[in-house]
Design a protein. Sequence first.
Length: 227
Amino acid sequence: MLILAGVSRAYGEQQVLGPLDLDVSVGECVALLGRNGSGKSTLLRLAAGREEPSTGRVAFDGLPMSEDDPRIRSRVAVVGDPPACYPDLTVRQHLELVAVGHRVPEPQARIDLALQTHRLTGRAAALPAELSSGQLQEMLLAAALLRPMDLLLLDEPEQRLDPAARERLAARLAERRAAGTTLLLATHHRALARAVADRVLVLDRGVVTAEGPPGHVLPEEADGDPA
Ligand SMILES: Nc1ncnc2c1ncn2[C@@H]1O[C@H](COP(=O)(O)OP(=O)(O)OP(=O)(O)O)[C@@H](O)[C@H]1O
């Protein structure tokens, strides 16, 4: 579904990622963990086709990955930084925009359910600037999860969420995975990785230092936190 082959990224003289290979199968959920600055977001931007790798290639279902390709845009959802929102549209209007753009069936019922799931029913008429940072993150997640997709890319989706919201997020992502969506996420939250990932990759200074099932790479009783 998603292939990164010999991918590396340098900014000027600084090599921040790879070269590395990553092959994410259809329906698989891969979690990237690692300290601040280890290259997780860079890898996700390359995987989303938002940036070109310095070397190597990224392919989605056999197509060269590019966020400008409409064949890819319709199948790949991204929740990343910076947050993508319109300052003059309300929460409900953001969801309506996504529903129209992606031809979501029964849009109003689905939007109402999304608002409820993400605890935004009472904030449906609010503008992004009127939301708390956690509510804004919930809106971005609600918008991404509302639409049909084959691949979901998430950069630290747990950020700014309280523990209960993080648990709901884990449940929503597990549902998505069970429905066959392929997932690649960067996270600092080991419990989220354990709850949803089939495979964990730990990055350190742009290099994969550990890889395997979460139970092996992230044992619950471990003292040290690779993230
Ligand atoms: N546009 C850029 N120009 C120069 N250096 C960059 C740029 N983007 C990222 N970097 C550098 O690349 C390295 C990897 O950054 P990246 O954001 O991928 O890390 P991360 O693992 O996502 O970190 P965090 O957990 O803090 O989000 C860092 O040293 C960062 O300073």
